[in-house]
Design a protein around this ligand. Sequence first.
Ligand code: ADP
Ligand code: MG
Length: 334
Amino acid sequence: FDLRDADLKKLAELGQGNGGSVEKVEHVPTGTIMAKKIVLIDAKSSVRKQIVRELEIMHECRSEYIISCFGSYLAEPNICICMEFMDKGSFDGIYKQIGAIDIEAVSKVALSVLEGLTYLYDVHRIIHRDIKPSNILCNSEGAIKLIDFGVSGELINSIANTFVGTSIYMSPERIQGAEYSVKSDVWSLGITLVELALGRFPFSDSFSDDDNLSDLDEDRESPGWHNKTPTHRDSFAMNAKTAKRLSKRKSKGVSLNGGGMTMSIIELMHQIVREPAPRLTPEGRFPKEAEHFVDACLLKDPDERQTPKLLLTSAWMDMARASTFDLKAWTSTF
Ligand code: ADP
Ligand code: MG
């Protein structure tokens, strides 16, 4: 495909995220339906060209668990990424429409995400960095695929310089300034799975009024704060901005409201690091294997947390592979 704006007819708006927007389009010369992501990057033109070059790697990704890409191009000042259109949308939209998702379907999501992460890392040495329900898509064939993974170092830098898009799924070690690893993605997967199975973001209702910003100042004096890298403070600063953005767009994404009170990103970060990790509750509602799997994803110490590859051998993933749950039939119910 030789892609350019003039050949793409907009059919619908699919959604807006922190970094830009996504449209359903038709590539008129071939009649192909695509999803076009428009990213506005505040960077030099040379950097934008570099990003487009780096996005070429997306073409080489061939896995049934990874979205396929038709191509990327510069439409100054934007970067456009044209990819396979997934007609059932993302899992955040799905659970907001139908409520808590059947645990057998959730097990298939977990299996697909782990397969996708393992492929990206083993074959391309790519860490996803942005696992969350809106980056896991589904189509009416019953396929589940990942989008928005960290292929371009320059794109990651440009986005990091302007805002941190998705800190609410961030692992405790990442909040504390550690580098990303495949295990940070596993934490984000754990939060995502609890969110889908419960039908709500798992942090908001355990938030109490005592958790206020002044607690953060105490942290500054506590051992551990002093040897944090500047990245640590930077991430808090940027996340305060993200909090404002999020509160402005309440209609979409995660609700940060707990008990009628708005939970700021900083308070949430505090909770992620300090409080026990979310779990599949109440006890007995879900299979033991699912509870164990989620607990393993949400171990706070990344050294104890397993890699995606190892998690593929867990009992719950054996159940997911053996399950006769029909995803294709399931997608026809909404
Ligand atoms: P975010 O992931 O933060 O919600 P994005 O800009 O990445 O923001 O995506 C916005 C929305 O566009 C997503 O929630 C998803 O529902 C939709 N979307 C993205 N890519 C596709 C695609 N290939 N097919 C169908 N819908 C998509
Ligand atoms: Mg996205």
